[in-house]
Design a protein around this ligand. Structure first.
Ligand code: TYM
Length: 359
C-alpha cells in the first residue's frame, strides 16, 4: 500500500478490519455437519457458493463435528465423514491455501463462546426453532440438551470470527436470524457495539432442493430412502438412474413458471436444472416448454453427471490421502484460532471475567 501524496508506504488503518484493508467485502463463515450422505442440496445450496464467494470475501469453512454429536455418531465414521466434508469443500473449488478449512472441535473458542451464548439466548427463542422441532419430533424429552442448544453453538461459530456473511441453504435462515438476535442482545446487555449483525447469503436457483421421491419434502442426509437424494459420492450411472426414476406427474412441462404451481416435483427438477446450468428457472422452462419428462429427465441427468463427476472424482482422490486432509485441517485450525482467540478474549473482558493466566 502506498501513500499517493508522499509516495511512502502507508501504515495500515488500525480501524479497518483486516479483510477490508485487503479490499474484500467481508468475512464469511459457513459450516457443514459431517453426518454422512453429502447430497446435491448441500452442494447447490451451500458448498458451490463457498468457492464462488472466495474471491470477494475472507472465508472460513468449517466441518462442524461438535454439531454432529448432538445425535449419536460412530467415532470412526465421524472422523471419516469429517475428512469427506473437507474433501468436498476442496473438490468444489475452495482454495485451502488461501481460505481457512478446519474442523470445529480443533478450535476451542467455538465451545467457549457457545457457553456464553447459552446464557444470552432465551429458552423461548430456542423453542421456536423449526429444525429442533423437526428433529426432536414427539421425542423432545429424550433428545440431547446439545440438540436444543445447537443454534447457540452455530451463533458462536459465526461470531467467534465476527463474520459478516454466511452462505447457507434456505433451511438455515432461521438459525442466522437467531444469531442476529444473540448478537443484538449481547451488544445491548453489555452496552457495547461488539458483534456485527450477520447477513445470510442464500443464492442460486436451488436454495431448497427437494426430495426426488416427494417434492414437498427437503432433500436430506437422513431420509431413509437413498433414491430421494443424489449423493456427492454417487457414480454417473446411479445419478442418471435416480433422475430417471424421480417422481413426476404425467403432464408435459408448461411454458411458464406459473404452470408449475401445484406441481412441486416438476418445479424441483426445473430448479435443479437451472442451478446446475447457471440459468434462471424461467429460461429453463422456456427451453423445455411442452417437453415430456421422458425428454427432460435424461437431459437433466446428463447435465448433473457433467457437473458433478469432476467433483466426485476429485473428492475420492483427496480422500485417498487422509494424512494430507488432516494436515490441511490442522493448519486451518491454527489460522482460525489466531482470529478467534483475541475476539473471545475481548468477550471475556466485556463480561468481566478475569483472564490473568501466566500461560
Ligand atoms: P447441514 O450440514 O445440514 O447442511 C449444510 C449446508 O447445506 C444446506 N442444505 C441445503 N440447501 C439446499 N437444499 C437442501 N435440501 C439442503 N439441505 C442442506 C444447508 O442449508 C447448509 O448451508 N446448522 C448447519 C451447519 C452449521 C452452520 C454453522 C452453517 C453449523 N454452524 C455456521 C453456517 C454457519 C447445518 O446443519 O447444515
Amino acid at each position: 500500500m502506498t501513500d499517493t501524496t508522499t509516495g511512502a508506504a502507508a501504515a495500515p488503518n488500525p480501524h479497518l478490519p483486516p479483510y477490508a484493508a485487503r479490499g474484500l467485502k467481508g468475512r464469511i463463515l459457513s459450516g457443514v455437519q459431517p453426518t454422512g450422505n453429502l447430497h446435491l442440496g448441500n452442494y447447490l445450496g451451500a458448498i458451490r457458493n463457498f468457492a464462488r464467494l472466495q474471491n470477494d470475501y475472507e472465508c472460513l469453512y468449517c466441518v462442524v463435528d461438535q454439531h454432529a454429536i448432538t445425535v449419536p455418531q460412530d467415532p470412526r465414521m465421524l472422523a471419516a465423514q469429517t475428512r469427506e466434508i473437507a474433501s468436498a469443500f476442496l473438490a468444489a473449488g475452495v482454495d485451502g491455501t488461501k481460505q481457512i478449512v478446519f474442523n470445529q472441535s480443533m478450535v476451542p473458542e467455538h465451545a467457549q463462546l457457545a457457553w456464553i451464548f447459552n446464557c444470552v439466548a432465551r429458552m423461548g427463542w430456542m423453542s421456536r426453532m423449526t429444525q429442533f422441532k423437526d428433529k426432536a419430533g414427539k421425542n423432545s424429552e429424550n433428545v440431547s440438551l446439545g440438540l436444543y442448544a445447537y443454534p447457540a453453538l452455530m451463533a458462536a461459530d459465526i461470531l467467534a470470527y465476527k463474520a459478516t456473511h454466511v452462505p447457507v441453504g434456505e433451511d438455515q435462515k432461521q438459525h442466522i436470524e437467531l444469531t442476529r438476535d444473540i448478537a443484538l442482545k449481547f451488544n445491548n446487555d453489555y452496552k457495547v457495539n461488539f458483534f456485527p449483525i450477520t447477513e445470510p447469503v442464500i443464492e442460486g436457483a436451488a436454495t431448497r432442493v427437494m426430495s426426488l421421491r416427494d417434492g414437498t419434502k427437503k432433500m436430506s442426509k437422513s431420509d431413509p430412502s437413498d433414491q430421494s437424494r443424489i449423493n456427492l459420492t454417487d457414480d454417473a450411472d446411479t445419478i442418471a438412474k435416480k433422475f430417471r426414476k424421480a417422481k413426476t406427474d404425467a403432464e408435459p412441462l408448461p411454458s411458464d413458471l406459473e404452470g408449475l404451481s401445484g406441481r412441486p416435483d416438476a418445479r424441483n427438477l426445473i430448479n435443479v436444472y437451472a442451478a446446475l446450468a447457471d440459468m434462471t428457472p424461467e429460461a429453463v422452462i422456456t427451453e423445455y416448454a411442452g417437453a415430456q419428462f421422458g425428454t427432460f429427465k435424461p437431459a437433466l441427468a446428463d447435465l448433473a453427471v457433467a457437473k458433478l463427476s469432476p467433483i466426485t472424482i476429485k473428492m475420492s482422490q483427496l480422500m485417498q490421502d487422509p494424512a494430507e486432509i488432516d494436515r490441511i485441517l490442522g493448519e486451518g485450525a491454527a489460522r482460525a484460532d489466531a482470529i478467534a482467540r483475541p475476539i473471545v478474549d475481548q468477550v471475556y473482558d466485556i463480561i468481566g471475567m478475569i483472564r490473568s493466566r501466566p500461560f
